[in-house]
Write a protein that binds this ligand. Structure first.
Ligand SMILES: [Zn+2]
Length: 102
């Protein structure tokens, strides 16, 4: 099982919020990789890979979980339900970045 750190996200607008549709992930010194939300959800479900992000204020690792929002299958990362989604706070993946690492 590989552990990946999510460093950026791709979003799709929904009413008053966004749904994560893709992520940019890194592992060790490897180059940035793109994963679709479908692939991430599948990897989590079959316990193939785990994903986490770092809380911008505490620096703590927060695991990424499968999540349903507005009936759509997406992901989120929450330390607990009282806190904000750390994934939502990540910056958007730059399309140019994908171009360069492809
Ligand atoms: Zn939603």
């Amino acid at each position: 099982m590989a552990k990946y750190r999510v460093v950026c996200v791709e979003r799709k607008p929904a009413t008053g919020h966004h749904h994560v549709t893709g992520v940019g992930i890194v592992r060790g010194k490897r180059a940035l990789e793109r994963r679709s939300v479908i692939d991430v959800r599948k990897a989590i479900k079959v316990k193939k890979d785990t994903f986490y992000t770092l809380d911008s204020t505490t620096g703590e690792k927060v695991s990424v979980k499968r999540h349903k929002c507005c009936g759509e299958k997406t992901i989120r990362s929450v330390a607990d339900d009282t806190k904000a989604d750390n994934l939502a706070a990540l910056s958007s993946c730059n399309r140019l970045t994908w171009y360069m690492v492809r």
